[in-house]
Design a protein around this ligand. Structure first.
Ligand code: ADP
Length: 626
């Protein structure tokens, strides 16, 4: 029989497991039990769909320690595996993709490596020298045995097996100074581990236990009696009363089921009553999974019908903007025999989705109020998704999302909500000011920011591509309009100042036309402004498209037709450069034209745009120097 090699990544992982210094080695049992429970779920679900004569109460896991043989046997009568399934499931790692293994010797005590990578079955190599898996797939007659001593590879061969399902035999490692593997053969230890990690498993986890009992009819004669004990309470965690569940149990459940190494930022555990009744347990993660912002990420909640898993990732239960939420829904109102296609049109499911959305919304708001730091962490991880939600829903979800989004602002550069911004607004202020740019610091340095801040107005800093698009869908917040301080519709001036500027612009009309001519088509017009304090120039736009939007839209590969913002070059009317230009326009038009070009190039650089003709700019500046 040929020994097959593990795939490269699986081998790395195996090595790590075999040489593990991981302190929670006992987790291997949780992993094997949860695989067994999944296998029974699958079998039961299939029996419901195919009307097979199967009793849920016949399904169980059995643990058999054998001290003499130093083996621990875990048996289940679930769906089992064919030879091919043994090959694909145990020859490679199901959930690869995120591996970035540190050297096996490095200290990794604090990280739940198993939970992090979803390596399940392989964790048994932390405690075993050799593993045998005998399995028979439901509906077939042929059983197979998978055997592996770890790194060398594995073999698969047909074998005899009377039962159904899967029998996993672990040949435990010899005890060492640090690790007493014999513990895993002790009744008390097995009971403890099962209660700690697998209590909620909905199938009985059985073990034969032998105790001495007083012999009946005697007063001092004892006999050994063996009976089968059920080690777990079998009440699913979500069916328990909230006050019976500890924070640790929630975390353990979350990490075990949803492959995270951190505890959740928030747990939502509730029973909904009304039009549709269900139990739900939801988790808000603290950080984004590595594939969250890729198309590989699948959103969804586990869907149970009266304790039976009917779908592992029911996408219809979550809107895209809450796609980061993990967890499950268990409802008595759903039919078990429902197919995926039917489920999509199921009215009950739609009602559940709607009430979940409301619940998640209100719980996120609560988190923001009660635990600001945690909310900010969650927002940092998933805020972009919420903003995409605003944009993609064309304004229909403004009420759900507008009070969840946050932006950095000139108020200490901290994150703020729109509501908080509005609460801080000056009495006379009727506009929410924002500016776009690459980073908070860059926006803070924009010439336009200075004057707005100087007048005591707060500015929201839009650093993400989606920000301005999202805000456009919002249109206004609590009756206040939004204004980009870099476009021309902000009015900070008094009536006199406005009047004065208007006059200056009118009398300089010829000069501005001349400047526009000199600069060329890339500007729509040139004019004086009052909105700059110490800086000489800035760019602004007219019309719908801002500079930031032009940048974003033109960077999208599918946009063949490039959009163009109507750029206006604004010159600080109160800066010495304004007088200089005016007098040069009278005395030396060519020079005035060159200056206008230089100023325009400067303004582009300040905006983070490239200069159209850097060579020309360099020559012009050089000419000024010599
Ligand atoms: P995961 O459980 O995270 O998918 P594992 O490495 O633990 O990863 O298991 C890989 C696969 O092997 C499982 O997805 C399942 O298909 C199969 N498997 C493992 N244990 C059993 C079992 N007891 N019965 C049936 N299939 C199993």
């Amino acid at each position: 029989m040929r020994t097959k090699q593990f795939k490269a990544e699986s081998k790395k992982l195996l090595d790590m497991m075999i040489n593990s210094i991981y302190t929670h080695k006992e987790n291997f049992l949780r992993e094997l039990i949860s695989n067994a429970s999944d296998a029974m779920d699958k079998l039961y679900f299939r029996s419901m769909q195919e009307n097979l004569a199967l009793n849920r109460s016949d399904l169980f896991v059995k643990i058999q320690p054998d001290k003499e043989a130093r083996t621990l046997i875990i048996t289940d009568n679930g769906i089992g595996m064919t030879a091919e399934e043994l090959e694909t499931n145990l020859g490679t790692i199901a959930k690869s993709g995120s591996f970035d293994f540190k050297n096996g010797n490095e200290k990794q005590d604090d990280v739940d490596i198993i939970g992090q990578f979803g390596v399940g079955f392989y964790s048994a190599f932390m405690v075993s020298d050799k593993i045998e898996v005998v399995s028979k797939a439901y509906g077939t007659d042929e059983a197979n045995k998978w055997t592996s001593k770890g790194a060398e590879g594995y073999t698969i061969e047909p074998c005899e097996f009377d039962g159904n399902g899967t029998v996993i035999t672990l040949y435990l490692k010899e005890d060492t100074e640090d690790d007493n593997y014999s513990d895993y053969l002790e009744e008390y230890k097995i009971r403890e581990i099962v209660r700690k990690y697998s209590d909620y498993i909905r199938y009985p986890i059985k073990m034969d236990v032998t105790h001495s009992h007083l012999k009946e009819g005697t007063e001092d004669e004892y006999e050994d009696v063996t009976e089968t004990a059920v080690l777990n309470s079998m009440v699913p965690l979500w069916k328990k009363n909230k006050n019976e569940v500890t924070a640790d149990e929630y975390s353990e459940f979350y990490r075990n089921n949803y492959y995270d190494y951190e505890e959740p930022a928030k747990v939502i555990h509730t029973r909904m009553e009304g039009n549709v009744e269900y139990n739900t347990m939801l988790f808000i993660p603290r950080h984004a999974p590595f594939d969250y912002y890729t198309k590989n990420y699948e959103k969804g909640l586990q869907l149970f019908s009266n304790g039976v898993l009917i779908m592992d990732k029911c996408a219809d239960l979550l809107p895209d903007y809450f796609s980061f939420v993990k967890g499950l829904v268990d409802s008595e109102d759903l039919s078990l025999n429902i197919s995926r296609e039917m489920l999509q049109h199921d009215a009950q499911l739609k009602l559940i989705a709607k009430s979940l959305e409301k619940k998640i919304h209100s719980e996120l708001k609560k988190l923001m109020k009660d635990s600001r730091d945690t909310y900010e962490k969650v927002f940092t991880a998933f805020g972009t998704q919420l903003k995409f939600g605003l944009y993609n829903s064309y304004g229909t979800k403004n009420d759900v999302l507008s009070d969840l989004v946050m932006f950095h602002s000139s108020n200490d550069k901290k994150l703020t909500t729109l509501k908080e911004y509005v609460e801080r607004m000056k009495e006379s202020q009727d506009t929410i000011y924002y500016a776009c740019g690459e980073s908070v610091d860059k926006i803070d340095l924009l010439p336009q920011s200075e004057a707005v801040k100087e007048k005591g107005f707060e500015i929201l800093y839009f650093t993400e591509n989606v920000d301005e698009f999202a805000i456009q869908m919002l249109r206004e917040f609590e009756g206040k309009k939004f204004a980009n301080i870099c476009t021309d519709n902000i009015e900070l001036d008094t009536e006199e100042e406005k009047e004065e500027l208007k006059e200056k612009n009118e009398s300089g009309k010829d000069m501005f036309d001349f400047f526009k001519e000199a600069i060329g088509d890339s500007v729509a017009s040139v004019r004086f402004t009052n909105k700059l304090k110490n800086h000489p120039v800035c760019l602004t736009t007219e019309g719908e498209i801002s500079l930031e939007m032009e940048k974003v839209l033109n960077s999208m590969p599918m946009n063949e037709q490039k959009v163009k913002a109507e750029i206006v070059l604004e010159i600080n009317a109160n800066h010495p450069i304004a007088d200089k230009l005016t007098s040069l326009f009278e005395s030396d038009k060519d020079k005035a034209g060159e200056y206008a070009k230089i100023l325009y190039a400067q303004a582009r650089l300040i905006e983070g745009l490239s200069v159209e003709n850097p060579t020309e700019l360099s020559n012009m500046i050089c000419n000024l120097m010599i």
